[in-house]
Design a protein. Sequence first.
Length: 277
Amino acid sequence: MINIYSIPYPHQFDKEEFAGLFSVIDVDGVEEKEDKIEVYINDSQLAAALPYIEDVCQIYNTTFTKSELENKNWNAQWESSFQPILIDDEVYVRATFHPENKAVKHEIIIEPKMSFGTGHHPTTTQMIKNMHLLDFKDKTVLDCGSGTGILAILAEKLGAQSCIALDNDEWCYRNCMENMQLNHTQKIQPEIGGIEKINHRTFDIILANIHRNFLVENMHLLASALNANGFLIVSGFYSEDAKQVLNKALEHHLIATYHTHLHNWDCIVFNKKNVNV
């Protein structure tokens, strides 16, 4: 049995940040809806997860409702809601149960298992579009907050020499490895942990599709991990928050070279010119 806990977003609270609160517990997945999140929990996870959900709802002054779904209907519901997507006639993202599309340049197979990153969300779509603005050939890449690994997989397909796929969620880490196998990747190294896991490594290109607070609080670490003349592509924040991200990046000598908007979500490409940060 799959237990579905529907939790309305707290008033005036960042939706992605709120959803991120549930990434620390062992659940089958978290799905962001327009006005709520849905947390999917199987029976074996319920005893540990429910007290956490109750505490979060109490702290953030919100509530939850519960519904149930038979396991046999779970895959059918998930498959019916995940449709393949074609981005700029270049990248076709599908699941294993979708037919191939040999007419496109890059086909990516994703089994999201409720990890973030299928190409459907405006932030992921813009990341994929803007990755095509850069030359990935023989570049070292960091995908920070890799989720399904979709951006890391695309980086390899675009010619990256190597790519670290970093996520602090074990579920995403396992899902990324599964998707690597589905796409026969050879140059991606998945790692589990926070941004401190980067240590003193540096990269030619950094991809960070994460929420605004993370970007603002860790911009100095992202900047220091970027090689001179390197590029940082960020998304995961609303258009009204773009100025805050831009100002923080400028503090660390990152120059915005491209800025896109899609459905009130933004994506920015930064360049680190020959400066010391």
